[in-house]
Design a binder for this molecule. Structure first.
Ligand code: 8YV
Length: 332
């Protein structure tokens, strides 16, 4: 009698040709339509599974794995993993992996583009033109803020933050950063970025960009008090997680002209966006697409598939997935 093959659940439609690699080793239960799975549905899908490939849309915690006695690995397609209760999963012996590195440059490209779009009012200008409001050229219409020669403030100086700093060097920006830990001097030199405290970062930045991991501990870190520190001519860009910003306070600041503009790729209640933000002209809104180049999204799925195969004891890295999240770290 041959032993039953391990079973894996794939929570969302990804790239079929890449996901098919799982079939070499496993019986695959792949979700065919984009799904907003209820917590009970996730628990049900995991009950008989040995492993799972999930995305930020799929929260998995103690409740979802309580009856999943065979589950040994969860591979997240994404670098951020605040959708997972990592400590609870690890306590149950489940290996958790993510997909760093492969999305760094693409996400940094997008962060830079979003910051520039906010500063130079690109989407607002396009709406104005498409609305037929361009009835004669005016010297003073749609004036924005410069990027070159301005001060960039990066909150969260991991791989993506450093990628943004390297791009900013080409624009002649002065770079400030704040991070949980100060970076080694040679990295600071390479990024041409100076470490400052949180307050100084927001007080001095002409353009502030958020690139830090999210957890319950830093929810609404960017609150009314932080926004009040910023220059009224400044912009704020968020490509990390929506929950970092108190969106009501941000809408107040943007509406009152206490902040010039914002670029937001992430929202606290995704896919719902605060109607006050939707109504404002001085905010560029995009639907969580910072890592969304075709090549990078494919690379993320490929890495997650490799991680899952390895975590379940198959393939060249059997038992040693490249991106296992270290044990006992708190969920981000
Ligand atoms: C992903 C992201 O698209 O990697 C992340 O943390 O936010 C995005 O790049 C998303 O996580 C897909 O699950």
């Amino acid at each position: 009698m041959t032993a039953a093959r391990p079973r894996v659940w794939v929570s969302q439609p990804l790239f079929d040709d890449i996901v098919a690699r799982l079939e070499t080793h496993f019986d695959v239960d792949a979700t065919r339509e984009v799904a907003d799975h209820a917590p009970e549905r996730i628990a049900e899908a995991l009950r008989e599974a040995d492993g799972a490939l999930v995305t930020l849309n799929d929260p998995v915690g103690a409740a979802q794995v309580a009856a999943a006695s065979r589950l040994r690995a969860i591979a997240n397609v994404g670098v951020g993993y605040n959708n997972l209760e990592v400590a609870a999963l690890q306590a149950q012996g489940i290996v958790v992996t993510n997909t760093p590195d492969v999305l760094t440059e693409t996400t940094a490209d997008f962060g830079f583009a979003l910051m520039m779009a906010a500063a130079r009012r690109i989407t607002e200008a396009e709406r104005w033109l498409r609305d037929g409001q361009w009835r004669g050229w005016s010297f003073k219409s749609l004036l924005g803020a410069d990027i070159h020669g301005s001060t960039l403030g990066i909150l969260g100086m991991g791989r993506i933050g450093q990628g943004i700093a390297k791009r900013a060097a080409g624009f002649g920006m002065r770079m400030l950063y704040h991070n949980r830990h100060r970076l080694p001097e040679e990295v600071e030199r390479e990024c041409r970025a100076s470490y400052v405290d949180y307050e100084t970062l927001f007080a001095q930045a002409d353009h502030a960009v958020l690139v830090l991991p999210y957890s319950a501990q830093n929810r609404h870190l960017i609150d009314a008090a932080t926004l009040a520190r910023m220059k009224p001519t400044a912009t704020l860009t968020n490509i990390a997680r929506g929950g970092l910003i108190d969106e009501a306070a941000l809408a107040d600041a943007l509406a009152a002209g206490r902040l010039a503009a914002a670029g937001l790729d992430v929202f606290e209640g995704e896919p719902n966006v605060d109607p006050r933000l939707l109504a404002l002209d001085n905010v560029v809104l995009t639907p969580h697409i910072a890592s969304g180049s075709l090549a990078t999204r494919r690379a993320m799925v490929s890495l997650a598939v490799d991680n899952l195969i390895a975590a379940l004891g198959f393939g060249p890295d059997a038992g040693k997935p490249r991106n296992a999240i270290p044990h006992a770290v708190l969920p981000r």
